[in-house]
Every structure is written in structure tokens, then in C-alpha cells.
Design a protein around this ligand. Sequence first.
Ligand code: FAD
Ligand code: FO1
Length: 448
Amino acid sequence: MNTKRVRILNKGENKIGRIVYWMSRDQRVNDNWALIYSRLLASKNQKGLTVVFTLADNFLGATLRQYDFMFEGLKEVQVKLAELNIPFKLLIGNPAQSIIDFVNRNNISALVTDFDPLKVKRVWKDDVLKNISIPFYEVDAHNVVPAFYVSNKEEFAAYTIRPKIHKLLPEFLDDFPQIDYVEENKPSDFSEIDWERVFSSLKVDTSVQRVKEFIPGENSAASILKSFLHNKLSNYDSDRNNPTLNGQSNLSPYLHFGQTSAQRIALETKKNFSNSLGAESFLEELIVRKELADNFCLYNDNYDNYEGFKNWAKESLSKHLTDKRDYLYPQEKFENAETHDNLWNAAQIELLTIGKMHGYMRMYWAKKILEWSESPSEAMKIAVYLNDKYELDGRDPNGYTGCAWSIGGVHDRAWFERSVYGKIRYMNYNGCKKKFDVEGYIKKQIQY
Ligand code: FAD
Ligand code: FO1
């Protein structure tokens, strides 16, 4: 395993004992570098290995919809780990405190966790660092090229990070070793999880219903990938920006919860479909765009708010702060799809009902929130709030970056100036009409 995927958060004193993988972002057994590294440490120690997941209430505004999807995936993780004789523990309460107590009470000799650039995760890890003395490792199991290795600064745009990623792909797009059975674990290391009781004890917003379009879990992700590569990849480049077609992979909920590995998807695509028409643009999105989002969140602490925008954008937007808005809506008008624009409302209805808005519509959707809100910072707040409350794939670096791109021109260039938008790229209804059958898209959402 390429140890450049590992960052030592705490050297700590070495002792012989059980290894713990604190699973968080990458909630899967196959193709998971954090689990692979934990397995390596356990085999060196000839001691057992436990996987621990700390359950946080109301994670970044997540609702029943997302917790339901995540729980189903975690149940599958527990089953797959048991086949390898690895126990899975679900700890309730403050995640950092839960893991500190678990480590200090169970003679754990090293702690491994998966990399995540979000601020909330950094807080958890900092708390843990202050309260444990054993070695603590962070493994990037989410990106093909580790985010902390590909660049040590906030990248300006896709064109600046792309060459850095492409240069390193031959080294990091390598295959995954198998995880072998953990002899050292004993039956007493395992404990039952009362999933229903835990789920019903969650204090989450139950008004956002679970979705039925997407079957959660590692197995489902693998079959979605297979059918995408065989049936949709060849038309991906032409179809992916047409919201009336189902041309995208629909892998984002699985990537977000780590129920599939972007590296595995890239390996499959390159190995069996490299000459497919859509392969190149699919890999561009899956690797360059996605890893650019992690880079943005890793190095810009204001990734989720107006302050995170570039200066050129903030100057331009504030120059137009007092421009008259043709329409002005409060958050709940947006939330209830009650604007004057039936195309925008249809996109919001898709978000409310399906839990996954088409990628092209997300740009239009966020830019119109900028156009119809009293300020860009208010617009960013509303877009992030709605995105994280209703998107299955929300609460993700891709989402904060997507909102910042749409509203604040992050990773985009300045466009010719206009009212309200300033130099932020503009999109409008007529532009959509030229690109796809707007009426068809609206009808599809309304009848839903
Ligand atoms: P595909 O087109 O099949 O792409 C495959 C994968 O490539 C995606 O799953 C994703 O991991 C990556 N990818 C594709 N487009 C982008 C992109 N623009 N930026 C970063 N990675 C990308 N993506 C999320 O995962 N979660 C979000 O909350 C989210 N919110 C967004 C909000 C706005 C305003 C915008 C403009 C974009 C947002 N995106 C978000 C990015 C993109 O729209 C989604 O990743 C994509 O639509 C997911 O569907 P898919 O997996 O079927 O896409
Ligand atoms: N990660 C955790 O470690 N514990 C949680 O309880 C948890 C809940 C959760 C709910 C919704 C959601 O979208 C993500 C959630 N995550 C949780 C984090 C997730 O695994 C990802 O790490 C980040 O959201 C993306 O970086």
C-alpha cells in the first residue's frame, strides 16, 4: 500500500494491542485504504482489529432521509466485516468523546481514521488528538490522489489541479489488496446492534422522507456502476447535461457515504471502457472535479459561506448589492418551490421528492437563488441549507464547492458584468430552452 495515503496525526508511543479503524467518511469494506492500513497494522501486531462508527445526531442538518440511507449501508458493512471476523461497533453520543473513551478503556494500541476535509471532522479529530496518547493515523480513502499530497494549497481552478493529478495517476491509480480474515478476533469481541432502537432514538428531522429511487449499500452501488458503464457511459458526454435524460451515473449518494470507491470506479472505467466515448469526461468529473472540491474544503475554511469566495467575486458582487432584484424570496418560498419560475420550481420539486437534483439544474437552481435573494451571502446560506437538507449526496465537499462555484465564481472565471450577478457567470431560462426540452423536464417533476 502506498503510505503517501497515510498522514500521521499523532506519533504516540508504540505498544502491542488491538487496532481500531474509526470509520466515518468511507463506509465500506471493499476498496477502503483506511481499512487496508488498519489491517496491516493489526497483522504486524498479531493483535485484533475493530471497526468503530461514532453516530452523530443531526450531522450538518441531515434528516431521516439521509440517516436511513446511511444506516442501511452500515448494516451491510457490519455483515461484510463479520465475514472477515472483524467486529463493528456503533457508538452513540459525541463522536470525539465516544472514540476517546473507547480507546482509553480498551487497551487500543493505534487508531486509524479516514480523511475528511470538512470542518466538523477536523474538530472531532483535534479533540481526539488532545485526549489520546497512542499513534493516530489519517488515511485518504476517498480520493485517488490523496488530497493532502496532491497540493499543499488552495488551487485556483480545475486547470491548475488537473496536471498535478494526472502526473500522479500512474502512481496512485493502483489496485487494491484483499483484506484477509482476522484470526486474532474472538467471538467475545463481537456485540449485537439493535439498529431499529438506535434509529428511532435519533433526534432528526423526520419531515424529509426517505427516498425509494436509490437502494443504499455497497452491493447496490456496484450494480449501479456496472449498468452505468455498460449502458450509459458511451453517451455520458452528450447526455450528462440534459436533465430530461437519465444520463448521469447516479453514483453520488454512494460516493458521498463512501459506499463505493472513486478509485474502484476509475479502475473499472479505465480497464474495460477506456475507449468509450464518455470515459474521458466521466473521469474528469469523477477525479478532477471531485478532488478539486476536496482541495477547496481542505484549504479554505470558509468553503460553506460568502467569505470563501475569491476577492474579484466579492468586490463585484458587493458593487451590485444594491441593484434592484426583479424578484425577492425568503428561504421558505424557495424551499416550497413557490417562485414565479416554473423551471426553477421543477428543479426544487425534484430535490424534494427524489432527493437528487440533476447536476445541470443544480447550477441554474443556485444561480437563481443568487438572483432572487437580498444578498449573495444570504443566497449562499439558503443554497447550502436546502442542498444539505434534501440532497442525498449533500453535506459533502462537492456540494459546498458546487454552491460556491454557482454563487461566488469559485474555480470559475469572471464573466461580463451584469446587474445583481456582477461578473459571476449568468444562466437563464432561455439558455436552458436552447439546451433541452424545458417543458418536458417540468412535466416530469410535476406529475411525480
Ligand atoms: P455524474 O455526472 O455521474 O458524476 C460522477 C461523479 O463525479 C459524481 O458523483 C461526483 O462525485 C463527481 N462530480 C460530477 N460533477 C461534479 C462537480 N460539478 N463537482 C464535483 N464533483 C462532481 N455533488 C455532490 O456530491 N453533493 C452535493 O451536495 C452537490 N451539490 C451541488 C450543488 C451545486 C449548486 C452544484 C452546481 C453542484 C453540486 N454537486 C454536488 C456536484 C454535481 O452536481 C453532483 O456531484 C452530480 O450531479 C452527482 O450526480 P452523479 O453522481 O449522477 O453525477
Ligand atoms: N459521519 C460520522 O462519522 N458519523 C455520523 O453520524 C455521520 C452522519 C451523517 C449523516 C448524513 C451525512 O450526509 C453524512 C454523515 N456523516 C457521518 C459524514 C459522512 O460520512 C461524510 O464523512 C461527510 O458528510 C462528507 O465528507
